[in-house]
Design a protein around this ligand. Structure first.
Ligand code: CA
Ligand code: CA
Ligand code: CA
Length: 321
């Protein structure tokens, strides 16, 4: 057993060295732990999350790079589904987007812009993925899991979208001029299907000073692939999300647990559109599956149950899930 652990550790070190990760401290490795017991997507951390290794990621304003903040990420996976957890500080719980506000003088509702808190996890689909959307040097399509505290969150759904960034005009794209240097076109498309909320019509008579302008419903189709629920504890958001590795929909990225998957995150704290904060690129790695594979290859006799028991070099017993 002792030898097995040493061999496994050595193999893992070789793997890291081969891919040059050890000497690159800026490279963010986000390890997913395998579990047979999936977490409940309810914004509350259950015991299974304690087996995961947290990764703290710095996010900065997408334009300017100011106001660094920190997000703690965790990941779990079953055979076919990824579960992610994100925790980040936010002093202002904003759970209504553009609500109807009563104007007593006019005796009517108005609908000024008001952001809700949001979080996004992005995976590249095609092209040269980049965290910047306003760019003249990158052209790409990204799968975006866009959680919105005031819209899908009440019913536990996350908007499943694609961002298409191009320097050529694209269908549904909005043009942004780069001060004479060129134009970038950005399309932010919802997946096919039914979103988990819709815009309510303006109330014709007084129903309260602030009235939610969205009503929730059952999502369907490719828009019903990402579950997500966030809970605000007064100082932080804790968000759990899940999606199948392969949804079978052609407007989604396929996550391949047998290889590294590049991704990035964004946070919006009472912010609209471009005022979001983004991370650098993150490598999502399915570490436990890798160990299982090595374990089976080197010594199948250790598989006493469907979990893989081991004793490390300090004599401590453990179970690989
Ligand atoms: Ca939970
Ligand atoms: Ca907020
Ligand atoms: Ca989808």
């Amino acid at each position: 057993m002792k030898n097995l652990f040493v061999i496994m550790s050595g193999f893992i070190l070789c793997f890291y060295a081969e891919y040059g990760r050890c000497d690159d401290p800026t490279h963010l490795i986000w390890e997913s732990s395998y579990t047979k017991t999936p977490p409940v997507i309810d914004g509350k951390l259950e015991e299974v999350w304690e087996r995961t290794k947290p990764l703290t990621v710095t996010v900065r304003e997408a334009i300017g790079g100011d106001n660094p903040g920190q997000v703690v990420l965790r990941a779990l996976n079953t055979d076919d589904t990824l579960f992610v957890m994100a925790q980040w500080p936010d002093d202002t719980k904003s759970i209504m987007r553009d609500p109807y506000i009563w104007n007593a003088e006019k005796k009517a509702y108005e609908r000024p812009s008001k952001p809700d808190d949001q979080f996004a996890l992005e995976f590249p689909m095609t092209g040269k993925f980049d965290i910047r959307m306003i760019t003249l040097s990158h052209e790409y399509v990204a799968d975006v899991w866009h959680w919105k505290a005031g819209r899908g969150n009440p019913v536990g759904w996350v908007d499943d979208k694609r961002h298409i960034i191009s320097q050529k005009p694209i269908q549904g794209g909005v043009e942004y001029s780069m001060g004479g240097h060129g134009n970038v076109y950005i399309a932010r498309l919802m997946d096919e299907g039914t979103s988990s909320y819709f815009l309510k019509s303006k109330p014709s008579s007084f129903e309260g000073n602030v009235v939610d302008s969205f009503e929730q419903r059952q999502a369907a189709g490719s828009l019903a692939d990402v579950r997500g629920k966030g809970i605000h504890d007064g100082k932080n958001w804790t968000l759990e999300m899940s999606r199948k590795f392969n949804t079978g929909h052609n407007d989604d990225a396929v996550i391949n647990p047998s290889k590294d998957n590049i991704c990035a995150i964004a946070v919006l704290d009472d912010e609209l559109y471009w005022e979001h904060s983004v991370s650098s690129l993150i490598t999502l790695r399915f570490f436990s599956l890798f160990i299982k594979h090595v374990n089976l290859q080197l010594c199948p006799c250790t598989a006493r149950t469907k979990n893989y028991h081991f004793r490390n070099s300090g004599g401590k017993k453990g179970i690989l899930f």
